[in-house]
Design a protein around this ligand. Structure first.
Ligand SMILES: [Zn+2]
Ligand SMILES: [Zn+2]
Length: 223
C-alpha cells in the first residue's frame, strides 16, 4: 500500500475515534508494523512494512495502535486493550507482522513520561527510559506490566531498585573497584575496574584497550 494513502487512512481513524492532538507518522522499522508513542501522542507505522502490506493489513496495524492510544500505556495487551481493539474493528491480536512474524513482548515497561518498551522476558535488572535519559537515571525508571497487569518482579530486582533508591548521593569508589555499567546502550552491563576517578565520571576499563567515561550515577559497584 502507498504510504501516503496509509497516512491518510490513519488520520481518518484518529478523527473517527476522537484522538484529537494525535498524529500518524512513518518510521523505518522492519520488524514491527506499528507503534504507539503516548508521550508524543504519535502513532507510528513502518514505511517498509506498509509498502509490503495490503490495505486490510495496514488497517489492522492502525486499529491495533489506535486501541493502544485509547486504552493507555498501562493496559498493555491486556483485557482492556483487547476489548477496545475488538470494539473498533481490530482482531484484538498482538502486534504481528506478516513479513517477519514476531509476537510483541508480553512485558511492557513504562517510564513516568509514558514511553513504553517491550521485552520478551521478565527483566532481571532495573532499567530506565533511554528516550528520557541517555544515561541510567532513577527519575526515569521503567515499571513493568505483564499482559497489561502490574508485574511481580524477582526479589533480586526489588532489592536492586531499593538499594539504588536508598543509595542517596553518589558515593565515590576508589580506583581498582570493580563496577558494572548501568547506562543503556552498547556497554550496558559491561564490567571492569575503575582506572581513574574524574570529577563526575569514572573511567572504567571494560575490555583491553577500551576505557569508558561513565557518569558516576550510571555504575553499580560489583558485590
Ligand atoms: Zn500492541
Ligand atoms: Zn521516557
Amino acid at each position: 500500500m502507498e504510504t501516503s494513502t496509509a497516512l491518510r487512512m490513519g488520520e481518518r481513524l484518529l478523527a473517527e475515534h476522537g484522538l484529537t492532538g494525535w498524529r500518524v507518522e512513518l518510521d523505518r522499522a522492519k520488524r514491527r508494523a506499528g507503534q504507539c508513542r503516548y508521550a508524543d501522542r504519535v502513532i507510528s507505522i513502518s514505511g517498509p512494512l506498509t509498502r509490503l502490506h495490503d490495505e486490510a493489513e495496514v488497517r489492522e496495524t492502525l486499529l491495533h495502535e489506535v486501541a493502544h492510544a485509547l486504552a493507555g500505556p498501562r493496559a498493555g495487551h491486556g483485557p482492556r486493550w483487547r476489548a477496545i481493539a475488538t470494539r473498533i474493528g481490530s482482531t484484538g491480536e498482538r502486534c504481528l507482522s506478516a513479513q517477519a512474524p514476531r509476537v510483541a513482548g508480553a512485558w511492557v515497561g513504562t517510564c513516568p513520561a509514558g514511553h513504553t518498551t517491550e521485552r520478551h522476558r521478565r527483566p532481571t535488572r532495573v532499567a530506565t527510559c533511554s528516550r528520557c535519559s541517555r544515561v541510567f537515571s532513577l527519575d526515569h525508571v521503567l515499571t513493568w506490566t505483564v499482559d497489561g497487569r502490574p508485574a511481580p518482579m524477582h526479589p533480586s530486582y526489588d532489592a536492586e531498585l531499593r538499594s539504588l533508591r536508598e543509595g542517596g548521593p553518589v558515593r565515590r569508589v576508589a580506583v581498582g573497584t570493580r563496577v558494572r555499567v548501568l547506562a543503556p546502550g552498547r556497554w550496558h552491563d559491561a564490567r571492569g575496574p575503575v582506572v581513574k576517578v574524574g570529577r563526575t565520571r569514572y573511567h572504567v576499563a571494560v575490555r583491553r584497550g577500551v576505557v569508558l567515561a561513565v557518569p558516576m550515577s550510571a555504575v553499580a559497584v560489583e558485590g
